[in-house]
Design a protein around this ligand. Structure first.
Ligand code: G3H
Length: 543
């Protein structure tokens, strides 16, 4: 395969607003409200963007992150346990309005660091300017929507209910100490969209940033330190295998919020000494298929499938990871897909295309990812498929030019395995039972995209598929948003449902205070409410 022309540049060619003052190292961790200076072993962090050293292009050194010791990570856990104090701590008993004020202060601090965080998303995981900006802004919107959703939830609970002569107030209460771990492809968004709902509900937390997108947590822990009381949020840094075991084995973690692979999730949860006590909120693997019926609008299908398969290099859990096309339109569809892929350009996150938009395909953050892409493609080619697009599979250091692989069959790795990268596998069917069987047999159950015009045929697909996956998209790509919609999956794809309002439910449990409606009890309840003696027993309405 030919080599991609060099897309890497000398420092002087990088637009000044995107240059990064380096090194930028994580020198502290957040424990019990303090930024504690770290002394000890560190991990070197490099960017997938290469720089020239001694005439060779090598990943740019950005800085270092701490490899915290067992003692240090346990001190973070203990701080979270103390702040929760079995539900009696100042944070879990704080009125909701108080917790909201802290979250608002946090948002203000984040916004002050907006351009640095967007720049770090570009350097650490290579999201282009548009996607990095979107990740930041979407997250801020999500946090603000979370505040509004909590106000709504609280308004509905700000009253007593009477049934069968029992008077009760029912609210959602926190669960305890949460361990939050986000993924490298949405390091900011998917850490914040579990962590913030968790703490706003009164839980306390320990979080570990993902393996790529770690340096960006240096400014983020400063924001946490400024905005939250001691112990509510604590950060741990280091290789997952080393820093998670000392805390999960204590049994002091009540909730695991993890977005990543099912293999890692399993390894973590089995280490908990009382697994039945560990509530899990998980976003895991997926191999979302697209099904192209023979009457589909092929231009639309090709556009949406390429967007779905290759946005952020295909490194989205919701990406379309295999396409099934009806044999009657297979060749025409494949040609259209190749034309769409040819419109994409490989470049650095800030490089622009002729039309003024930013390059779509950028260097891949995971080490060895290009080699893995090559192996998947070679496996398919050795079993009868071809890379059918011009420049498909060309590579250069950390960059891999998207490969459209056709026809993909059951014997190939690309048929079953999640590639999580810039490969578009296309398979042919002559009976709709073929893609239905693929979904039935698959380990995954997140989403599917159906392209067609015939309402009968689409209905015939929808009914079995809604019970196999958790979102059926008609004539559009798979995706998580809008964030108010439920986001979840079946089988190896997820546990628990996330959305702005569902996340608040995931991190809480319904609890009630109930009493027989006797004159004595009524007087007690009235006095508590009237004199505002309790945060739980209260009819205060948040405006
Ligand atoms: O990686 C998984 C993300 O949750 C996908 O979100 O569909 O908005 O890119 P997205």
């Amino acid at each position: 395969m030919s080599i991609l022309p060099n897309i890497f540049k000398q420092e002087s060619e990088i637009p000044p607003e995107y240059r990064l003052e380096r090194p930028i190292s994580v020198t502290h961790y957040l424990c019990d409200g303090k930024l504690v200076e770290f002394h000890g072993e560190t991990t070197k962090v490099t960017s997938p963007i290469c720089e020239q050293v001694d005439g060779k292009w090598v990943p740019t050194f950005i800085g270092t992150t701490p490899n915290m010791t067992d003692e240090q990570v346990v001190s973070c856990l203990d701080a979270a346990v103390r702040a929760y104090s079995n539900g009696a701590g100042a944070w879990p008993t704080m009125p909701i309005e108080g917790r909201i004020r802290h979250v608002e202060a946090f948002v203000e601090e984040l916004i002050k660091r907006r351009s640095l965080l967007i720049n770090l998303l570009m350097w650490e995981i290579c999201k282009n300017v548009t996607d990095a900006t979107k990740e930041f802004d979407r997250t801020i919107d999500y946090i603000r929507d979370t505040i509004n959703a909590l106000k709504d939830l609280d308004r509905g609970s700000s009253r007593f209910e009477i049934k069968d002569d029992i008077v009760a107030q029912i609210r959602r209460a926190p669960l305890g100490v949460v361990l939050c771990m986000g993924p490298f492809n949405y390091p900011f968004n998917e850490t914040m969209t579990t962590l913030l709902p968790a703490i706003i509900m009164g839980n306390t937390c320990v979080f570990k940033p993902p393996k790529h997108g770690t340096i960006m947590f240096k400014p983020i822990i400063e924001c946490f330190a400024k905005a939250f009381p001691a112990g509510v949020v604590n950060s741990i840094f280091g290789p997952g295998g080393a820093v998670i075991t000392p805390i999960i084995t204590t049994g002091k973690i009540d909730v695991l919020a993890f977005i990543g692979s099912s293999g890692v999730a399993d390894k973590i949860r089995v280490q908990h000494p009382h697994p039945h006590r560990l509530r899990c909120v998980l976003g895991l693997d997926a191999k979302n298929p697209a099904i192209i019926c023979k009457d589909a609008d092929l231009d639309l299908a090709a556009r949406e499938c390429v967007l779905g398969a290759l946005s952020f290099n295909g490194e989205r859990c919701t990406a379309i990871k295999i396409i099934f096309v009806h044999e009657a339109v297979a060749n025409e569809f494949v040609e259209k897909v190749c034309k769409e892929v040819a419109k994409l350009k490989v470049g650095l996150p800030w490089d622009k295309k002729e039309d003024g938009t930013y390059c779509n395909i950028t260097p891949l953050p995971e080490r060895g990812k290009v080699g893995w892409m090559q192996q998947m493609t070679e496996d398919a080619v050795s079993k009868g498929a071809k890379v059918v697009n011009e420049h498909g599979g060309d590579y250069n250091e950390t960059c891999y030019s998207p490969a459209v692989v056709f026809p993909v069959t059951k014997e190939m790795k690309l048929f079953h395995e999640e590639q999580f990268g810039p490969i578009v596998p296309i398979s042919v069917f002559n009976d709709l039972d073929v893609p239905i069987e693929f979904i039935r047999e698959s380990k995954f159950g997140q989403q599917v995209a159906i392209f067609g015009r015939d309402a009968d045929e689409i209905a015939h697909l929808v009914d079995p598929l809604v019970n196999q996956v958790c979102r059926v998209n008609i004539n559009c790509q798979c995706q998580r948003g809008p964030d108010t919609f439920p986001f979840t999956g079946r089988k190896d794809s997820a546990e628990g449902t996330l959305s702005v309002s569902d996340a608040l439910r995931c991190f809480s449990i319904r609890t009630l205070v109930a009493a027989k409606k006797t004159p004595m009890n009524t007087a007690i309840l009235q006095e508590i409410v009237h004199d505002r003696k309790s945060a739980f027993l209260s009819t205060d309405f948040i405006f």
